[in-house]
Ligand binder design. Structure first.
Ligand code: GLN
Length: 538
């Protein structure tokens, strides 16, 4: 029987619920348990795929092609759990199911209500993680306790706890203990209020994880325990872990969180074995070299817009014992101030995915700068398309080459829509999505990096390399080195006469883990390190 942990958040958002769930998942796995993780998001969009990264941050894509919350990226990076479309449920998705049932007449003439029909749908979504081989399912409730939006989800997990026997369900509440500089004091009141709100709706948290910038101290711990009705050992202090999020599991473990959880859930396991994680941390914290890599995007000011990219770059560094400094570069700044000013001195340039015209000429300029100066270039999705456009325009004489997404009437549509996408009107869930096979050419840098002939990588785009230009570009030196063989789609391009220049139509960043860095990120950082070692300046 699968046991369940529910994680709620209080006081304010951005406390790192997703990271904490991922860390708990890792700790349980380190004790030999099998886990799954899930996020319930209380907004009305069916999924975050239609949201702007300013609104929502990165959209994380699963193997089975779901567009999901970026916390699923944390789950993937910390654990070995299967992460798929069952792992992210929104209010919109729940309503869609309920309304479809209502239209089908499944409710047999009943009035359809929030309780029980909507709550039952939520409970069913949570039970989807149950399986004979899954020991623990961890469900994160998005938003902050007290929000109107999250109420129905909280009611559903309350019912869930009621229905299941007590030792099968655990409620963990993540909260903030702020430090008031003027008073030189930590304050426990916001936590007390947040827990009081939870208890009012019938949820009695078993464990509190308290985010804090200063050690909480025994007196405050006792006070929180007393007012929040938990044992002092169930008040876990979580000091800010910036800049290394991979330290969080160790911090929680050192306070006995995994032992506590296992005891409460009646799980008899060996002690946690974190040796692999510690080995990774020691590599991460003791680099032998460092490189600076520019990430050229259009949502640079939003920390989480390129979350998986930033993490995968660190993993690439890990693979090379190299610390990676990221120069976050607004593509529009390149357009305004020139590429030299923005990118001079970097050891590598990465252009990530994106949509629409804003900043795209800056990205194209970045690709050109990398190509001409022999700087390692890694183009991902739109970043690959930008490199193809640039190469078409400046190396093949295809004047005004472009993608039809960016300029409908371009004379040279080197990137264009597939036939199957031409009549698609709905924006949600209709791109080319999820894992697809890619065959790599013998002797290519991609094949060398992967050490494999066929790989599976995840997609999220509508536009594609236009095969009508394949030969022309190859003649000029840009080779297609990875294809979706069955559908004859170009997935990887490389410039052979360049130290390391690669564009991939897929998103490798979603599969990278600190304990298993993605081969392309590892190869990219290796190339950046080589460039830095050569002392060449761009
Ligand atoms: N906008 C491009 C497309 O739809 C690239 C998408 C992306 O970078 N994820 O093809």
């Amino acid at each position: 029987m699968t046991k369940h942990i529910f994680v709620t958040g209080g006081v304010c958002s951005s406390l790192g619920k997703g990271l904490n769930c991922a860390a708990i998942g890792l700790l349980l796995e380190s004790r030999g348990l099998k886990v799954r993780l899930q996020k319930l998001d209380p907004y009305v969009n069916v999924d975050p795929g239609t949201m702007n990264p300013y609104e929502h941050g990165e959209v994380y894509v699963t193997e089975d092609g779901a567009e999901t919350d970026l916390d699923l990226g944390h789950y993937t990076r910390f654990t070995n759990a299967v992460v798929d479309r069952d792992c992210n449920i929104t209010t919109g998705g729940i309503y869609r199911n309920v309304l479809a049932k209502e239209r089908r007449g499944d409710f047999l003439g009943k009035t359809v209500q929030m309780i029980p029909h909507v709550t039952d749908e939520i409970i069913a979504a949570i039970h989807k993680l149950d399986a004979p081989d899954v020991d623990v399912a961890i469900t994160e409730i998005g938003g902050t306790v007290g929000d109107i939006e999250a109420l129905v989800f909280l009611e559903a997990i309350r019912q869930f706890g009621q229905e299941y026997r007590r030792e099968n369900v655990l409620f963990i509440h993540l909260t903030l203990v702020p430090y008031l500089r003027a008073a030189r004091e930590l304050k426990t009141k916001p936590t007390q209020h947040s827990v009081a709100t939870l208890r009012e709706i019938g949820i009695f948290p078993d464990i509190l994880i308290c985010r804090t910038e200063k050690p909480i101290g025994e007196d405050h711990i006792k006070k929180i325990a007393l007012f929040c009705n938990v044992d002092p050992e169930c008040v876990i202090e979580e000091l800010d872990a910036k800049p290394n999020i991979y330290r969080i599991p160790v911090m929680l473990h050192n306070q006995g969180l995994d032992t506590l959880i296992c005891r409460r859930l009646g799980l008899d396991t060996p002690e946690a074995d974190l040796s692999e994680w510690h080995r990774m941390l020691s590599r991460l914290e003791n680099p032998e070299a460092n490189v600076e890599v520019a990430v050229v995007g259009k949502y640079i000011s939003r920390q989480s817009a390129y979350e998986s990219i930033y993490e995968a770059l660190q993993h690439g560094g890990l693979a090379n014992r190299t610390s990676v400094q990221v120069r976050r570069t607004e593509a529009e700044e390149i357009e305004a101030d020139g590429v030299e000013k923005a990118l001079a001195g970097v050891d590598g340039i990465l252009v990530p995915g994106g949509f629409g015209t804003r900043g795209v000429e800056g990205k194209i300029a970045a690709a050109r700068y990398a190509r001409r100066n022999g700087i390692p270039y890694f183009g991902i999705c739109l970043g690959m398309q930008a490199a193809v456009i640039e190469f078409g325009r400046n190396a093949c004489g295809l004047k005004n080459a472009n993608s039809t997404e960016l300029e409908r009437g371009t004379p040279h549509p080197v990137i264009s829509l597939l036939e199957e996408q031409r009549d698609v009107d709905d924006k949600g869930g209709t791109m080319r999505l999820g894992a697809q096979p890619c065959a790599l050419a013998e002797g290519s840098k991609a094949r060398l990096a992967y050490g494999q002939e066929v790989v599976q990588e995840r997609h999220r785009h509508r536009y594609e390399f236009n095969n009508a230009y394949r030969e022309k570009l190859a003649d000029c030196g840009m080779l297609c080195t990875g294809v979706h063989a069955e559908r004859n789609l170009v997935e990887v391009v490389e410039i052979a006469e360049h130290p390391w220049f690669m564009g991939v139509q897929f998103h490798p960043e979603f599969k990278s883990k600190p304990t298993a860095p993605h081969p392309l990120f590892a190869a990219f950082i290796e190339a950046a390190r080589r460039r830095r070692g050569n002392g060449t300046e761009g």
